[in-house]
Design a protein around this ligand. Structure first.
Ligand code: FE2
Ligand code: FE2
Length: 358
């Protein structure tokens, strides 16, 4: 842990002793000898992690230090130092918001202990705040407005690419279209949770919608072969990422999405294809898509196995973090509530019933 910044507001003898003890304990200490200077110092950046003030300093120079600190720096804990006879006032200070008080003369060990407790308190408080912010962001994923936005994005991506997709043999299969739509909706929801810009989300969504478009270059005899593929057949099948890329990169509004298509079969640990890209070398969109794609595959019935539940999907995907998937994407995925995926699936189901499938 880097050195914690401690501000001491106390008369010079006590301040000197404190500075020595706290510096030896690895902290960075600034000492001032008046409440007014203390207020000035508190305004500096970066913020102090802890304030230690003599009781007489907390109400001096016309400054009510605890009030100022509470209002302007609510995250900075305050330890008040008081002589034994002033303990009742020190307790009042604690009631008014100080974190703790210590009786002078100060003993080394209780001082260090009180300081680490206060610093730990601040750390937990900050962690808590960060958690609340991220919970508020991910709870945005649960509300109807969020669902509506994802569906609007999905609709736009679908509109733009449908014409092309509908002309292509493989996407005339209803299940392929439904799969592409679910994967696209999942990809959009994950991209939103990861904080991608609207423009980037559009690119990733188009890539997701057309991820297997290159399969048109693969003979049906290979796609539908019931037995294991030979090495040559496997090589041909694996070319579908590049084939799709080549087609899409020529279309101006799909040229960026083409990169997602090219990399959609890559794996985070470098064992994917066609280029064996590893980690951050895989475009972000493709890393997001891979998690969304796996989620849909796990949740959907296949000829050779039954669909699994969302909790099972979470476990499977979590186990592959760092192997098949980017751990950062998996982390965000695991923070998202199940209802996001369930809502999207049922929304797409409803839409499919209302819309003619090309
Ligand atoms: Fe593929
Ligand atoms: Fe797929």
């Amino acid at each position: 842990m880097s050195a914690q910044r401690i501000l001491v507001i106390e008369e010079s003898t006590v301040a000197a002793a404190l500075t020595t003890a706290l510096t030896e304990a690895g902290h960075s200490v600034t000492a001032v000898a008046s409440a007014a200077k203390g207020v000035e110092a508190l305004a500096s950046t970066p913020e102090y992690d802890l304030l230690i003030a003599g009781l007489s300093m907390t109400q001096a120079d016309g400054v009510h230090l605890l009030d100022r600190c509470k209002q302007e720096h609510p995250d900075i804990p305050v330890i008040v130092l008081a002589a034994a006879k002033d303990a009742p006032q020190a307790l009042t200070a604690v009631r008014e918001g100080a974190y703790d008080f210590l009786v002078k003369p100060l003993d080394h060990d209780p001082l260090i202990l009180a300081v680490s407790r206060a610093l730990e308190h601040r750390r937990l408080k900050r962690e808590n705040q960060a958690y609340r912010v991220s919970a508020a962001q991910s709870s945005g994923a649960q509300d109807p407005e969020h669902l509506r936005q994802v569906m609007t994005n999905l609709q736009q991506s679908y509109d733009l690419t449908l014409e092309i997709a509908a002309d292509l043999q493989n996407l005339k299969d209803a299940e392929s279209v439904a799969h592409a739509k679910r994967v696209t909706a999942f990809t959009i929801a994950l991209s939103r949770a990861l904080g991608l810009s609207s423009e980037d989300i559009r690119v990733v969504a188009r890539g997701a919608m057309l991820h297997d478009i290159g399969m048109i270059a693969v003979p049906d005899a290979i796609i539908q072969k019931p037995s294991p593929l030979t090495a040559t057949e496997m090589r041909i099948l694996r070319e579908h990422s590049f084939q799709g890329y080549q087609v899409l990169k020529k279309i101006p509004f799909l040229s960026e999405a083409a990169e997602v298509v090219y990399a959609h079969e890559e794996r985070y640990d470098g064992t994917g294809f066609p280029r064996g890209l590893k980690g951050q070398a895989i475009p972000m969109g493709a890393r997001i898509f891979c998690v969304a794609h796996a989620l849909d595959a796990i949740l959907t019935d296949r000829p050779y196995r039954q669909a699994k539940s969302l909790p099972e999907a979470r476990v499977e995907i979590a186990q592959l973090a760092g192997k098949q998937f980017d751990p950062a994407v998996v982390r965000v995925f695991l923070d998202m509530p199940d209802r996001v995926w369930a809502n999207l699936r049922s929304e797409i189901e409803k839409q499919a019933q209302g819309l003619p499938i090309p």
